[in-house]
Design a protein around this ligand. Structure first.
Ligand code: AMP
Length: 189
């Protein structure tokens, strides 16, 4: 099974993806983690991406599509993938359709984790405390920009998948296990 976890920064996509990896043996493809790893390895891409990420903007579609396409060609993805943080634009969603078609696989579900945006500021502040500020984009100013980019560029991906009949929505304001239970129900439906 191949799914997309969708939602604004701090919605809990990564947390839910980690649970699905443990429970179902699926593979998590987090473009944010891939970029952070490029930054940690001081690659040319990492150096370019860091400034963009710190400003709360999006890395270019070409780079992100290339990154996911390369990762999806690895054998472990045959177990089923959880896309976390991709697609973030309609162009990325269209490119993803092409990748799935090329590989003869299908996208089964797009799950939107819906959250109250005011609560995201507390969540991001907590995450910054818990991780000792590991992510330089986890602060209120950058979050404000990331949310504005989410509304402008990423939210338009929702109707794209609704039109294909793939979109489901879960309430992301509950505790981790209730959100996870709701996601499991969708996957088993
Ligand atoms: P995330 O860890 O998913 O919150 O991503 C952190 C940052 O990485 C984002 O704010 C963007 O700057 C960049 N990023 C991650 N995924 C994408 C993507 N699919 N398209 C463009 N930029 C991305």
């Amino acid at each position: 099974m191949n799914i997309i976890l969708f939602g604004p920064p701090g919605a809990g996509k990564g947390t839910q993806a980690t649970k699905l990896v443990a429970d179902r043996g699926m593979v998590q493809l987090s473009t944010g983690d891939m970029l952070r790893s490029a930054i940690a390895n001081k690659t040319e891409l990492g150096l370019k991406a860091k400034a963009i990420m710190d400003a709360g903007e999006l890395v270019s579609d070409d780079i992100m599509i290339g990154m996911i396409s390369e990762r999806m060609s690895h054998d472990d993805c045959k177990a089923g993938v959880i896309l976390d943080g991709f697609p973030r634009t309609v162009a990325q969603a269209e490119a993803l359709d092409g990748m799935f078609a090329e590989r003869g696989i299908t996208l089964d579900h797009v799950i939107e984790i819906a959250v109250d945006e005011a609560a995201l500021f507390d969540r991001i502040e907590n995450r910054a405390k818990e991780t000792g500020g590991a992510r330089s984009d986890d602060n209120a100013d950058v979050l404000r920009q990331r949310l504005s980019v989410y509304h402008e560029n990423t939210a338009p991906v929702l109707p794209y998948y609704a039109d294909k009949g793939l979109l489901s929505r879960v309430d992301g304001m509950g505790d981790i296990s209730s959100v996870s239970h709701h996601i499991e129900q969708i996957l088993d439906s």
